[in-house]
Design a protein. Structure first.
Length: 381
């Protein structure tokens, strides 16, 4: 009789990858060849720190144990000629939380918080008892309708304003991502996300800072100079916050042909590339007198939001600027100064040029040139 064991394999970043170990080997349904292992695409912390990481491990192992039990029953049924009638049916809220933690390990803390927010709205609407195989297209459609009509749950009920369309769209996309993952992991009979009608986002104005405004900011005092340096490095390189806080001194290179550059694996996209650095960017990096392997250690996104807001106000710049706007500024100023969109796309680490085209709406050189082609000699003007 085949035995199934849940095992762990050490991988990078102090993580363990979970997999099933079969003995004797089984025939893989994917390759048709004998195999001892089935990797579950699930990760846990090898040495969890704090309640969040311990909770992640507990929930992830719980789901993995369920899959192990199903595989054992499937193999036993096959050996004895029984029909495979066992279908995993887990609590959807718990599965949503597992996915949110997986996202936290792969991308940014901010993205993780968006997943958690989407889950809060789902639980507010449907409660926390639904199982994965109880979900149907009615739940999908009702949740879409709910997001487009509900108010912000963080605000007192009497003062709630409707969620913006873009926020509703973001939460809905996270929900659909979880549904797709549930189908991939055979927790649902159908990919419910495939029948969903996405919420179309409204175009928003993206503020950017021009060269004079960036110079003004550089000269404006800020309590924590490291935040200023990180923001300016983003404006000079296009790096995201999550990539900057992950930068190590060992990531900085210099050679005769390329000058100074970063060997970068982007946290969001996992793309690996060499990102050239300007002289100003290198000077900012060299200002950091840190002995830690990280260039900008011990800074979380939540610690920079208010300081940046006050810094912008103190500078007299009347624009709504967050940290990510410095990356927007880099892209916009590159295009404004004649860099072609394909090069800008590569510098930003975009997989598709279509993603970069949002910046061409901010600085449309053809429109600017066109509007100045009509000049009238008017008296008094």
């Amino acid at each position: 009789m085949t035995k199934v064991a849940l095992r762990r394999k050490k991988i990078a970043n102090n993580m363990l990858s979970l997999y099933l170990d079969f003995y004797p080997p089984i025939i893989s349904s994917k390759t048709g060849k004998p195999t001892r292992r089935e990797f579950l695409n699930m990760k846990i912390f090898s040495e969890p720190i704090g309640e969040v990481q311990r909770a992640h491990n507990k929930k992830t192992i719980s789901v993995a144990e369920l899959i192990k039990s199903k595989r054992l029953i499937q193999l036993t049924n096959k050996e004895y000629g029984f029909k495979d009638n066992i279908a995993l049916n887990v609590n959807f809220k718990s599965f949503f939380e597992v996915i949110a933690e997986e996202i936290f390990n792969r991308t940014s803390h901010k993205n993780h918080l968006v997943f958690k927010a989407a889950l809060n709205y789902f639980v507010f609407k449907f409660g926390d008892k639904l199982k994965t195989r109880e979900l149907n297209i009615t739940h999908v459609n009702e949740f879409r309708k709910f997001l487009l009509t509900t108010g912000n749950l963080k605000v007192n009920e009497n003062n709630r304003k409707k969620l913006s369309v873009n926020t509703a769209s973001t939460y809905y996309k996270k929900f659909l991502y979880v549904l797709k993952e549930a189908y991939k992991r055979k927790l649902t009979d159908k990919d419910l996300s495939s029948d969903a009608v996405y919420i179309k986002e409204k175009e928003t104005h993206r503020d950017y800072l021009d060269e004079n405004e960036l110079k003004t900011l550089w000269e404006t005092p800020i309590k924590n100079k490291r935040i200023k340096h990180m923001a300016m490095l983003s404006a000079l390189s296009g790096l995201r916050f999550v990539d900057i806080v992950g930068l190590k001194w060992s990531d900085i290179y210099n050679d005769t042909h390329q000058g100074s550059y970063i060997k970068l694996t982007e946290k969001k996209t996992q793309n690996t590339s060499n990102l050239p650095l300007s002289h100003s960017a290198i000077k900012i990096i060299n200002l950091q007198n840190t002995s830690n392997s990280l260039i900008f250690p011990e800074i979380k996104y939540s610690q920079i939001v208010r300081p940046i807001k006050k810094w912008i106000e103190d500078s007299g710049i009347n624009k709504k600027i967050s940290f990510h706007n410095f990356r927007h500024s880099f892209a916009t100023l590159q295009l404004a100064n004649g860099t072609d969109i394909y090069t800008v796309s590569k510098l930003l680490g975009h997989k598709n040029v279509s993603t970069t085209q949002i910046y061409t709406k901010v600085i449309d050189r053809n429109k600017i040139e066109a509007i100045n082609r009509i000049n009238l000699n008017l008296d008094g003007l």
